[in-house]
Design a protein around this ligand. Structure first.
Ligand SMILES: Cc1cc2nc3c(=O)[nH]c(=O)nc-3n(C[C@H](O)[C@H](O)[C@H](O)COP(=O)(O)O)c2cc1C
Length: 259
């Protein structure tokens, strides 16, 4: 159970209202075309709703001052009916039921708690991670594909850049999710319009090979030496103009990796 502060919004009804039965990317068409008798039965029962909802990726995010909300909205614009509406876990009555109804997940959060070992956002995503690490969500997350994204400030916090991405990634992985969505980056400033180009940041646990996957679970990678982050990172403070393009490129990758 998420411990506190969760309001009364019923996520099942929200997800239902967004559902579409036309997507084939995650198998909805297959579910309904297997034979017409089953399809008719499904239409007349709540199983139809469940089958449609299962074609969705749950798009969950936390945000304190709106940066991660903006990025989540870009992701929704790119992914359309393949994802739920951007949903703050603090507004979900029953997180486990919400996750159970999803085919996979895209989870995002800012980093606000510099250098913290856990609880790096100070937001609802911290509690999601706690539940994942405690094994409370493994049965609804395990063996499903998941990707993470985050927002950080590459100049003010360049030595802890977007480290919540590492925390969410490893919490999901530990719960048995199949992680996709690694984001290759470059620090080569000869190509500064490339959506994969980052300046400012020097170190982060979100660099693939560091953080939760390192032997001590907490070591940082060097930006110069690394080549990929555990998920998409946007810097709305310094390079908001690049976020939409970064999201576009990342979502194309996700559509292939999550298919
Ligand atoms: C107190 C504080 C601590 C922060 N710590 C980090 C940090 O460790 N790493 C980082 O990349 N950004 C850090 N940031 C920057 C935020 O992650 C950044 O402003 C982000 O865009 C906020 O996203 P939000 O509006 O979705 O909450 C910090 C900001 C504040 C105010």
């Amino acid at each position: 159970m998420l411990t506190k502060g969760f309001s009364t919004v019923n996520m099942k009804s929200r997800v239902r209202s967004q559902s579409s039965s036309s997507s084939s990317l995650f198998g909805t068409t297959r579910l309904f075309s297997r034979n017409s008798r089953h399809a008719a039965a499904a239409v007349s029962s709540s199983r139809r709703v469940r089958a449609v909802v299962l074609s969705k990726l749950g798009l969950l995010y936390s945000s304190s001052s709106g940066s991660t909300t903006a990025v989540a909205e870009f992701i929704k614009a790119e992914m359309g009916d393949l994802v739920t509406d951007p949903t703050d876990p603090e507004e979900v009555d029953d997180l486990k039921a919400f996750l159970a109804d999803c085919e996979g997940f895209i989870m995002g959060s800012p980093t606000w708690n510099t250098s913290a070992l856990t609880g790096r956002s100070g937001l609802g995503m911290d509690q999601v991670c706690e539940q994942l690490r405690a094994g409370e969500l493994s049965d609804v997350v395990g063996n499903k594909k998941a990707a993470v994204f985050g927002c950080g400030d590459g100049f003010l916090y360049g030595d802890n850049f977007s480290e919540m991405v590492d925390e969410v990634y490893h919490a999901l992985k530990g719960a048995g999710a199949e992680m996709v969505g690694h984001w290759e980056y470059t620090t080569d400033d000869s190509d500064d319009e490339n959506p994969r180009y980052y300046d400012g940041f020097t170190e982060s646990k979100a660099i693939v090979g560091s953080g939760g996957s390192s032997p001590d679970g907490q070591s940082q990678g060097s930006a110069e030496e690394g080549s990929a982050l555990y998920g998409l990172v946007c810097d709305q403070e310094n390079h908001s103009e690049m976020s939409e393009q970064r999201v576009k490129v990342w979502c194309e990758q996700l559509k292939a990796e999550m298919a």
